[in-house]
Design a protein around this ligand. Structure first.
Ligand SMILES: [Zn+2]
Length: 237
C-alpha cells in the first residue's frame, strides 16, 4: 500500500545510498596511499641490499689496494736484504717482513670474508627483487580492482544524484521542510520503518493505535521517542 509520503521514503533510501557511495569514494585515496606505501617499502628493501653491496665492494677494493701496497713493501724489503751490512739490520728487516706478511694474511682473510658476504648480499638482492616484483604485481592488481570500483561508484553516484533531482519536485514542500529539519538533528536518518510495532531506529514500541494509523499511511507520524518519521513495513516471511 502506498503512503502519502512514498516519495519521502524513496528520498531517504536515495540519500542513504548516496552517502554510503560517497563514503566509499572518499576512502579510495587512502587505500591507494596504503598500497603505494607498501610498494615503496618493498622497493626500499631491494635498495638497502643494493647499497649494502656497494659498501661491500668499496670495502673490498680498499682492502685489495692495501694488500697490494703491503706486497710491494715486502718486495722492497727483500731487495734491501741483499744490501744489508750488519746482522742487526738483517734481523730487523726480517722482522719487518714477518710483520708485513702477517698483515697480508690478515687482509687476505678479510677479503675472502667480504667476497663471501658479497655472495650473500647478491642472494639477498635477488630474493628481495623477486619478492618486490611479486608484491608490485599483487598491488597493481589490487589497485586495478580499486579503480574499477571507483569508476562504478562514481557512475552509481551520478545516477543516484540524477534520480534525486528527479524525485525532489514530487515531494510536497512541507514534507521536504520536515525532512531537512529531522535530517540535521538525526544525522541524515530521517525515516524509520516500523515492523512488529517497533521503531527500527530507536527500538521504541509504537502504540497499537498508531500502528493502525501507520498502516493507513494517510498522514505523517513521527516516533514519540526519536522524532523520526515512521512508516509501516509488513513483516517479511
Ligand atoms: Zn524512534
Amino acid at each position: 500500500m502506498e503512503t502519502e509520503f512514498e516519495n519521502l521514503i524513496k528520498l531517504q533510501k536515495l540519500d542513504i545510498e548516496i552517502r554510503n557511495t560517497s563514503v566509499l569514494l572518499d576512502d579510495i585515496p587512502y587505500q591507494i596511499e596504503e598500497i603505494d606505501k607498501k610498494s615503496e617499502e618493498s622497493l626500499k628493501i631491494v635498495q638497502a641490499a643494493k647499497d649494502n653491496f656497494v659498501q661491500n665492494q668499496k670495502k673490498r677494493r680498499g682492502q685489495e689496494s692495501e694488500l697490494q701496497d703491503k706486497k710491494e713493501i715486502i718486495e722492497k724489503y727483500k731487495r734491501q736484504l741483499n744490501g744489508v751490512k750488519t746482522n742487526k739490520e738483517y734481523s730487523s728487516l726480517l722482522k719487518e717482513i714477518d710483520e708485513t706478511n702477517a698483515k697480508i694474511d690478515f687482509l687476505e682473510e678479510k677479503i675472502i670474508g667480504e667476497m663471501l658476504s658479497a655472495d650473500d648480499i647478491e642472494k639477498e638482492i635477488n630474493a628481495a627483487s623477486k619478492k618486490a616484483e611479486e608484491v608490485q604485481a599483487e598491488l597493481s592488481r589490487k589497485k586495478e580492482v580499486i579503480f574499477q570500483g571507483k569508476d562504478k561508484a562514481e557512475e552509481k553516484l551520478k545516477d543516484l544524484e540524477a534520480e534525486r533531482e528527479e524525485l525532489l519536485p514530487k515531494i510536497p514542500s512541507d514534507q521536504m521542510k520536515l525532512y531537512k529539519q529531522i535530517s540535521r538533528i538525526k544525522n541524515g536518518i530521517v525515516l524509520s520503518p516500523v515492523t512488529e510495532e517497533f521503531c527500527t531506529m530507536c527500538h521504541m514500541r509504537v502504540r497499537p493505535q498508531m500502528v493502525n494509523e501507520l498502516i493507513a499511511g494517510t498522514q505523517i507520524i513521527t516516533c514519540e521517542n526519536c522524532g523520526r518519521i515512521l512508516y509501516y513495513v509488513k513483516k517479511s516471511g
